[in-house]
Design a protein. Structure first.
Length: 283
């Protein structure tokens, strides 16, 4: 592959989209990266190596795809838009190391897409699905060892929030349990075309050698517990978990959580302990 990425100027992107008779859909988060510096940061932070396998979600016009193909062993790119997928197939027709899938990533078998050992996730994630996709990854037996993605800044703030902060919730708890998370750089709208109406951030998630709270965790039980508690975040846990846990007071005591505590005060590892308590059947 050509080592020089193309389509890093608005005029180039506009010309290609006009040629394809394509209008970016805001609802799908179709904002195409045009900044070489941001591209280089993604590659650097992911520490891509010749033997790496990479999953890219929302490749768009293939700017990041081209750079990845020039570096790594295999790239699996999942593009929802049929027209963009057709363009990518034509553009990368001579790239045997690319597996292009035209699909909604949320409808895909994530475990199958990440089946190659230690597959990294490197992408400019569509804003609309970023948070949900990251949550879904936490349910995998072996989530990616490294995730480097551009996401909406608001989602990045939720990812890195700590107990007591207003943005602390399900996203932070599930992801921080498995990953060390850092915000690498805030990204201005001018780095994309068309420019999005929101600010963006590059975040890097490095899988922990030992998940917070231990490894033997029922991901579904943890998720349902945290969702339930945060849907009633103004209540104390002693009250909000009635009707959800068989014996909430005993469970809170076992997790060393005061029954007067509220959901936003509890660190990820204690949620893990609490999730092992028997839950009542769903109505």
């Amino acid at each position: 592959m050509d080592a020089q990425p193309i389509l890093t100027r608005p005029s180039e992107v506009r010309a290609l989209l006009a040629q394809l008779d394509f209008r970016p859909a805001r609802i799908l988060g179709q904002n195409f990266l045009i900044d070489r510096n941001i591209l280089n940061i993604l590659l650097r932070e992911a520490d891509v190596q010749p033997d790496d396998a990479v999953l890219e979600v929302g490749p768009g016009l293939g700017v990041l795809t081209a750079a990845l193909l020039d570096t790594v062993k295999t790239v699996t790119a999942v593009e929802k838009d049929k027209r963009l997928a057709a363009y990518l197939r034509e553009r990368f027709a001579d790239a045997p190391s690319l597996r292009l899938i035209q699909a909604d990533i949320l409808d895909c078998d994530l475990a199958a897409l990440l089946a190659a050992p230690e597959t990294k996730l490197v992408a400019n994630l569509p804003y609309a699905i970023a948070a949900r996709l990251l949550v879904e990854l936490t349910a995998l037996t072996t989530p990616p060892p490294c995730i480097v993605v551009t996401i909406q800044r608001e989602v990045a703030e939720r990812l890195t929030a700590t107990p007591g902060m207003k943005d602390y919730g399900l996203l932070a708890i599930l992801l921080q349990r498995l990953y060390d998370i850092q915000t690498v750089k805030h990204v201005t709208p001018s780095c994309f075309w068309p420019p999005p109406e929101v600010q963006s951030s590059i975040v890097k998630l490095t899988r922990r050698a030992h998940p917070l709270g231990g490894t033997a965790t029922d991901a579904a039980a943890l998720r349902s517990l945290v969702r339930h508690a945060f849907s009633r975040r103004r209540k104390t846990l002693g009250r909000s978990l009635r009707g959800f846990l068989v014996d909430p007071i005993a469970a809170l005591k076992a997790a060393d959580i005061p029954p007067t505590a509220r959901a936003e005060e509890i660190p990820p590892e204690k949620w893990v302990t609490l999730s092992t308590a028997p839950q009542l059947p769903s109505p």
